[in-house]
Design a protein around this ligand. Structure first.
Ligand code: PEP
Ligand code: MG
Length: 862
């Protein structure tokens, strides 16, 4: 097979074989842009190199003809001092892996050839500058020598001469540097062909260096692709003041503004721009200096953007007033820029709405909903955890919810730092600007509650040691005390020392346009998981079409309410329980009415209590004493009752509809409260659409018992109020047995909808505890056992397979039953696509994920 391609033999669609860089070089040449002559060795040849495993170039690789063609095109000769040809040898994978692999520039030099360069160019300074660059790079990239001693030589030389900048170095200085470099590494081969062989091998090898491997695993790039190698005639940006090199974007990659944007460094080589040795100048200065070169570059960027139909990232070099194009590719951009560019291109008529929508990185749209850290702000990273709930916040560290509340009451911004959170922390979470936990994953209590509140949260920061008694947060060697200031970024999981400037992304017109495109296309409805009127209103403003899950246990997180809930839980008999339930009913009715009002005319799915009991029981002696005082019983009675209720495995314990089976009065109270709240709204002239949902069902028989009780209670309550409201009843499917028998579940009388609870389903299918998996899941990822966190993104093969077969059974048995999902996955773009493909009716997600789900659902349908 063909291993070597000239520029006129390839095109932009050959990325797999020629790499992104190589394919685009061919395309630019085809468009008659000035590209220095080059040949490209294929990715397959790289794979062949690894397969043969000899450490030498693949036997069948022969680039001598291609090199000859290069010589003919340039009128120069590789290895010939009379008209020396120097080349660059660069990596180029099918997907962009910026800076991960190796490159050697100015290859083809030795002591004799450097004289030839001096003679042919008459420029001694340039010749030695180029030679020292080559020796340095070859020693580092091909021979694996440390860079520092080489840098040290240059630093010393500048000191000796009393100068600061590379451009101030004279020919004799660089010549001396070259001598020193040769002492540091006398083994750079003299033979240019040997140099070329070494550099190609180094580029092949760099496909499997550690950082490239890590980058691929983070970005889902297959290890089997390999890198191409481009060998290209050098264009020199470092010859004299008529030269330079730069990077440009056809639009601003940060703001998206449709204005040619870039930077330029006069009399310098490409690596100087990247290395930040000197501060580049804005392109405007190049325009003033060399208007013709600028005009030409402007014309090319415009041509390339139109041709590729997307914003282009361009590298160029100017050699003695002549422009050379070295690279083009679709440019990376911020969330903000991606939206603006997509909308602008539709307005300009170069992109359809559909194609523009598909270019939006749904996952990054958090940007528009939360304050974000100013990327240019100076900051000290001190720890990393999971990006549990987006947004960024700065505040003083506090270690207890009471301290958080007390400080917030006097106007202080605080970050609540906990090992993990429980319902007892809610008031502290509410008061805090952000939350940091050392334990807990993406669906831990802290993560779910923080997302619901729209509060930023970093969870699972396993490097953090939280010492409550000492009130210290230890991160490696660093010990932080109460009231020290930190900044947490829940969008990235990063934690910084001190204050970091933030920016708010206000209502953005372009973002709204993108949402509208998505809404026009999507088939999935997007509902929200909301427990309070505030959350409901937020979600509605963000486009939610109702509440798909209201977790009623969350309505009892307030300190005032949790005691009633606790009193109910530790009740010793039905009488006593009903007494507390009546109090709970009051809260519940009010809450339901408020939610129905906030979501007037839209469905509001109220789920029956599903308290994993351990989350609600008092743990400390003080809390138990407080409860004893509230209910007027001796402490010992409370202690006994708590001990009795203690479970070894609470997630598999006495929760969900099991509560209804044992204590029908709880269900009855809840159903009546929903009916009463709805009746109240109806009476006030609203259009309430409540639904009641039964959680953690294992068998249809549970429903056969519970659903009639709900219906009966609703009937009674409505009869009493004299109002007529339709209140459909449905259930959750969040256990494997429920999936397996989904047909029986949907056929149960009175069940008119089902919602898959993919949080519990993931937990029960994998057998990974939602709260504890964080302890080992990281090691799973590191060792390649998991490609992603199945609690964050639906595991299509396992959990998804079960969901899909359950859905098929449900649809066959009762096609009119409404089917949705309300696990955290409902707001994750790839999962949303899966649910669309499965033809679900709706997804329900945290309020701040609603716009992301809308976009993802639109993209799935596009
Ligand atoms: C679920 O299990 O997916 C669900 C939505 O319920 P919860 O997270 O409240 O257990
Ligand atoms: Mg659940």
């Amino acid at each position: 097979s063909k291993r070597v391609y000239l520029l006129n033999e390839g095109n932009k669609d050959m990325k797999m074989l020629l790499g992104g860089k190589g394919a685009n070089l061919c395309e630019m040449a085809k468009l008659t842009l000035p590209v220095p002559p080059a040949f490209i060795i294929t990715t397959e040849t790289c794979l062949e190199y690894f397969k043969e495993g000899t450490g030498d170039l693949p036997k069948a690789l022969d680039y001598s003809d291609a090199l000859k063609a290069l010589e003919e095109d340039t009128g120069k000769k590789f290895g010939d001092p009379k008209k020396p040809l120097l080349v660059s040898v660069r990596s180029g994978a099918p997907a962009s892996m910026p800076g991960m692999m190796d490159t050697v520039l100015n290859l083809g030099l030795n002591d004799e050839i450097v004289q030839g360069i001096i003679e042919t160019t008459g420029n001694e300074r340039f010749a030695y500058d180029t030679y020292r660059r080559f020796l340095n790079m070859y020693s580092d990239v091909v021979m694996g020598l440390e860079k520092e001693p080489f840098e040290e030589v240059i630093t010393e030389m500048k000191k000796k001469k009393g100068i600061k900048l590379d451009v101030e170095m004279q020919a004799a200085d660089w010549k001396e540097v070259v001598e020193e470099f040769k002492k540091l590494n006398p083994n750079v081969p003299d033979d240019p062909r040997e140099q070329l062989r070494g550099a190609i091998l180094a580029v092949f090898r760099s496909w499997n260096n550690d950082r490239a491997i890590r980058y691929r695993s983070y970005n889902g790039i297959p290890d089997e692709w390999g890198t191409a190698v481009s060998v290209q005639a050098m264009a020199y940006g470092n010859m004299n003041d008529g030269c330079g090199t730069g990077v440009a974007f056809s639009r601003n990659p940060s703001t998206g503004e449709n204005k040619f944007f870039g930077e330029f460094l006069p009399n310098a080589a490409g690596e100087d721009v990247v290395a930040g040795i000197r501060t580049p100048q804005p392109l405007e200065e190049m325009a003033a200096k060399w208007p013709e070169v600028y005009d030409e570059l402007f014309k090319y960027q415009d041509k390339l953007e139109n041709y590729y139909g997307d914003m282009q990232d361009i590298e160029f070099t100017v050699e003695d007033g002549r422009l050379y194009m070295l690279q083009c590719r679709n440019g990376k951009r911020t969330a903000k820029a991606s939206v603006k560019i997509a909308v602008d291109m539709v307005k300009e008529g170069t992109l359809s709405e559909r194609d523009a929508l598909l270019r939006i990185p749904a996952n990054q749209m958090d940007f528009f909903l939360h304050p974000t850290l100013d990327p240019s702000a100076e900051k000290t990273l001190i720890a990393e955890g999971l990006p549990a709930s987006p947004g960024a916040a700065t505040g003083k560290i506090v270690f207890t919810p009471d301290d958080a509340e007390a400080m917030a009451n006097v106007g202080e911004d605080v970050i609540l730092v906990r090992k993990e959170t429980t319902p007892e922390d809610i008031h502290g979470m509410k008061s805090a600007q952000g939350v940091l936990t050392s334990l807990g994953g993406m669906t831990s209590h802290a993560a779910v509650v923080a997302r619901g509140m729209g509060k930023c949260c970093v969870s699972g920061c396993t490097a953090a040691e939280v010492d409550l008694s000492q009130k210290t947060l230890t991160l490696g060697d660093r010990v932080l005390n109460e009231h020290d200031v930190i900044t947490v970024d829940g969008s990235t999981g990063e934690v910084y020392l001190g204050t970091v400037d933030r920016r708010s992304a206000a209502e953005d017109e372009d973002f709204q346009t993108v949402l509208k495109w998505a809404d026009d296309l999507r088939k999935l409805k997007v509902l929200t998981n909301a427990d309070t009127p505030d959350q409901a209103t937020t979600a509605r403003n963000l486009g939610s079409e109702g509440i798909g899950l209201c977790r009623t246990e969350h309505m009892f997180f307030d300190p005032e309410r949790i005691s009633v809930m606790r009193a109910m839980i530790v009740s010793e008999g039905r009488e006593e329980r009903i007494q507390h339930l009546n109090k709970m009913a009051e809260f519940q009715r009010e809450d339901v009415a408020a939610l129905l009002k906030a979501m007037d005319g839209l469905p509001v799915t109220i789920r029956l209590l599903d308290p994993p009991l351990h989350e609600f029981l008092p743990h400390s002696k003080e809390d138990m004493q407080a409860l004893a005082d509230t209910v007027g019983k001796p402490l010992s009675v409370i202690e006994d009752r708590v001990a009795q209720l203690q479970e070894v495995n609470p997630m598999l314990g006495f929760r969900g509809c099991r509560l209804s089976v044992v204590y029908p009065e709880i269900t009855e109270m809840q159903a009546k409260a929903v009916a009463a709240g709805a009746a109240e709204c109806k009476k006030a002239g609203l259009d309430p659409r409540p639904e009641i949902m039964v959680p953690v069902v294992s068998t249809a028989r549970e429903l056969k018992l519970i659903v009639p009780r709900i219906e009966e209670a609703v009937r009674e309550e409505l009869a009493e109020t004299g109002q007529q409201v339709k209140i459909p009843v449905g259930t959750m499917i969040e256990l494997p047995r429920a999936c397996q028998t989904a047909d029986e579940i949907v056929e149960t009388d009175g069940v008119s909808f089902v919602s898959f609870g993919t949080n519990d389903l993931t937990q029960s299918v994998w057998g990974f505890s939602r709260d504890d998996a964080i302890k080992f899941i990281g090691r799973y990822s590191e060792q390649g056992l998991l490609d992603f966190d199945p609690f964050a993104r639906i595991d299509e093969d396992g959990v998804g397979g079960l969901v899909s077969s359950a859905l098929a059974k449900a649809r066959e048995a009762a096609p009119e039953t409404k089917v949705g999902i309300c696990g955290e996955h409902g707001g994750e773009p790839q999962s949303v696509k899966f649910f669309h493909d499965q033809s679900f009716d709706y997804v329900s997600c945290s309020p701040f994920r609603v716009p992301i789900a809308r976009i993802a659902a639109g993209q799935a349908a596009a």
